[in-house]
Design a protein. Structure first.
Length: 213
């Protein structure tokens, strides 16, 4: 009979399994990876993961929830540490988004590049996804409060998100032409959006601060 595990032991194993799953799901596709393969990757018997997760779908949901929380935390910290100037906060948030994606491509792809059937049945995934999405409009709400922007922050946020995500996914899939740097492309895209959303000249006044997310 298996011994009773402490909360720390449970959390430690879940983290180990999710680390392996994040890498393997991103490399091979979630449907191609079996629980037996995940168990082998962390050196346990094929039945051990079932002590911690109901099935592979639950593992995928846990991996994605963890990634969304890490992403949200990175953006929240950047926003909080940037100071009171909305433009500085916007630039810091954009940089945090880009850095997270480039530093964690496997997690990023699992967050945004798949549709998981039955997502609503995984409350922690829903919570983490909503938290991540909220972080992408914090700075826009700052701009509205400062009187520099009017409109729906969620819709405007989707405009910037589409530009960021599109460039990053082209980079990850090696679809950018030789010589096209993803960061240079993102700055050009966001600068162009800034000019349309905030009016021409906004970025020229402070080029060192980069573009708004």
């Amino acid at each position: 009979m298996p011994r009773t595990l402490s909360p720390t032991e449970i959390a430690d194993f879940q983290d180990r399994l999710c680390d392996a799953a994040e890498r393997m799901f991103a490399e091979h596709g979630a449907e191609a990876v079996t629980i037996r393969q995940l168990a082998a990757a962390v050196g346990v018997s094929p039945m051990t993961p079932y002590r911690y997760f109901r099935d592979r779908d639950a593992i995928l949901a846990a991996v994605r929830a963890r990634a969304f929380d890490r992403h949200a935390l990175a953006l929240e910290r950047a926003h909080a540490e940037a100071g009171p100037d909305p433009m500085v906060r916007a630039a810091a948030t954009a940089e945090a988004y880009i850095r997270f994606a480039l530093d964690n491509p496997a997690a990023y792809k699992l967050m945004f590049d798949i549709t998981q059937e039955g997502e609503a049945g995984h409350p922690d995934l829903v919570r983490a996804g909503e938290r991540s999405r909220r972080t992408m409009t914090l700075h826009l709400k700052d701009e509205i409060a400062a009187g520099r922007l009017s409109g729906d922050p969620d819709f405007i946020g989707h405009m910037y998100w589409a530009a960021l995500h599109g460039a990053l996914m082209l980079h990850f899939s090696a679809k950018l032409s030789p010589g096209v740097d993803v960061r240079t492309l993102i700055v050009a895209l966001l600068t162009t959006l800034d000019r349309g959303v905030f009016g021409s000249g906004r970025l020229e006044a402070r080029p060192e601060r980069g573009a708004c997310l």
